[in-house]
Design a protein around this ligand. Structure first.
Ligand code: MN
Length: 156
């Protein structure tokens, strides 16, 4: 089929593809991060009411504070080597291609390994009040290095 014939079958519509104006890269605040962490917003609030996507770059040793997400979170590691830990769980090494799912309300931290950068795409939904995360204390050096005392389990 020739190009002219193909064109005849395309319904009338206005084509729409657009390169978005990138927002400035933002530094992760020291209240909720340890070390140098930088964000690029991929999906801002205006595109979808609930969906959020950021690319997050962690310098070696940098990590989030302890936190949980009311709507859960999926991470996709694109570069480097990182660490993630759920409250009371083992520290897990994460690598490019790994997909890490954290269910709603699960307390955790994530960041770079001590001697490597790590970049991940973070995907989540905000709750009905627009909250992305509930933040707790910083992940201490002892916790980050796996030298902290195990968290006491709640007694039933
Ligand atoms: Mn998280």
């Amino acid at each position: 089929m020739t190009a002219a014939l193909l064109r005849r079958h395309v319904p009338e519509r206005t084509p729409y593809v657009k390169i978005e104006t990138k927002q400035p890269t933002m530094k992760g605040p020291s209240q909720t991060f340890t070390g140098d962490v930088w964000f690029d917003v991929v999906v801002p609030e205006r595109d979808y009411p609930r969906m959020r996507v950021n690319v997050v770059r962690f310098a070696p040793g940098a990590r989030t504070a302890w936190h949980c997400h009311p709507g859960g979170q999926t991470l996709y590691v694109t570069e480097g080597r990182g660490l993630v830990q759920s409250r009371g769980g083992q520290i897990i090494e994460i690598r490019p291609g790994d997909v890490i799912y954290t269910p709603p309300g699960e307390w955790h931290w994530h960041g770079a390994a001590p001697n490597d950068f790590m970049t991940h795409v973070a995907m989540w939904e905000v709750d009905e009040l627009g909250n992305s995360a509930i933040w707790g204390e910083h992940a201490t050096d002892d916790e980050y290095l796996g030298q902290a005392q195990p968290v006491m389990q709640e007694e039933n």
